[in-house]
Write a protein that binds this ligand. Structure first.
Ligand code: SAM
Length: 227
């Protein structure tokens, strides 16, 4: 761990946490470090759904730096008191489409969205549907605690057709739609054209946005054998 902390500033902050309570699965820190490094020190806007005691918002502000604007969302009105310079809090329900639309109009667009809210299927799905287009073209949408997709009390269950993880498996198809040979039933969508990668980890999905035009195949070098 000592070695990991030394090379992962977020993990290091978490372990010595000088601020408010943070509640994270520890293996998430490798994921954050891998995908968020390129945003450090920039004037980014980061939205986290799920404020709780406010500690993770402080961690993001520390890690992304003084130019970063951190936006927290929680349905618990007590969280409103946790705002501080660089950290704003919006009170509302992540499953309320009207709230999310107002949120993105007033606080977006976002470089990074982190969904660490209530983790039910409806909450994760509605938040993705409403907030995905509020992520900047080179930004990231990250969903945590995907293991709830396997838990009935969260609306999931193994291979439950309406779980978030089943929706995420469908996104893998959309990522590959440029290669479709299935005519009208399988065509590139705005998602296909605006996402460069889907990264699945234990309980975390990272959707990396970027321009994704029709892929080009190319050959270089001298052939050795006839085709
Ligand atoms: C796991 S905690 C967040 C932990 C925090 N991000 C951290 O790392 O320390 C989940 C939070 O989501 C909030 N929450 C639950 N359901 C929600 C909903 N439907 N909309 C918004 N926030 C919700 C809870 O009030 C709670 O504060």
């Amino acid at each position: 761990m000592a070695e990991e902390s030394a090379t992962n500033p977020l993990r290091e902050y978490f372990e010595r946490n000088p601020g408010r309570l943070i509640d994270k699965w520890v293996h998430y820190f490798d994921v954050y470090h891998r995908h968020f490094q390129r945003f450090r020190g920039r004037a980014v806007t980061v939205l986290e759904i799920g404020v709780y005691h406010g500690g993770s918002l402080q961690m993001w502000r520390y890690d992304f730096g003084p130019q970063a604007r951190i936006v927290g969302v929680d349905r618990n009105p007590r969280c409103a008191t946790l705002a501080e310079p660089g950290i704003e809090i919006h009170i509302g329900d992540q499953a309320d489409r009207g709230f999310l639309r107002r949120l993105k109009a007033s606080a977006g667009p976002f470089d990074i969205v982190i969904d660490d809210g209530g983790h039910t299927m409806a909450q994760q799905i509605i938040s993705l549907e409403e907030l995905f287009d509020a992520v900047k073209p080179d930004g990231i949408y990250l969903v945590e605690d995907l293991h709830t997709s396997y838990w009935r009390e969260y609306g999931g269950g193994y291979r439950h057709p309406f779980s978030f993880i089943e929706l995420a498996k469908g996104l893998i198809d959309q990522l590959h739609a440029w290669h479709s040979r299935d005519g009208h039933s399988f065509l590139p969508t705005p998602f296909t054209q605006s996402v460069t990668g889907l990264h699945f980890y234990d309980s975390v999905l990272v959707i990396e946005k970027g321009p994704h035009p029709r892929p080009v195949q190319k050959r270089t070098g001298t052939p050795v054998f006839p085709d």
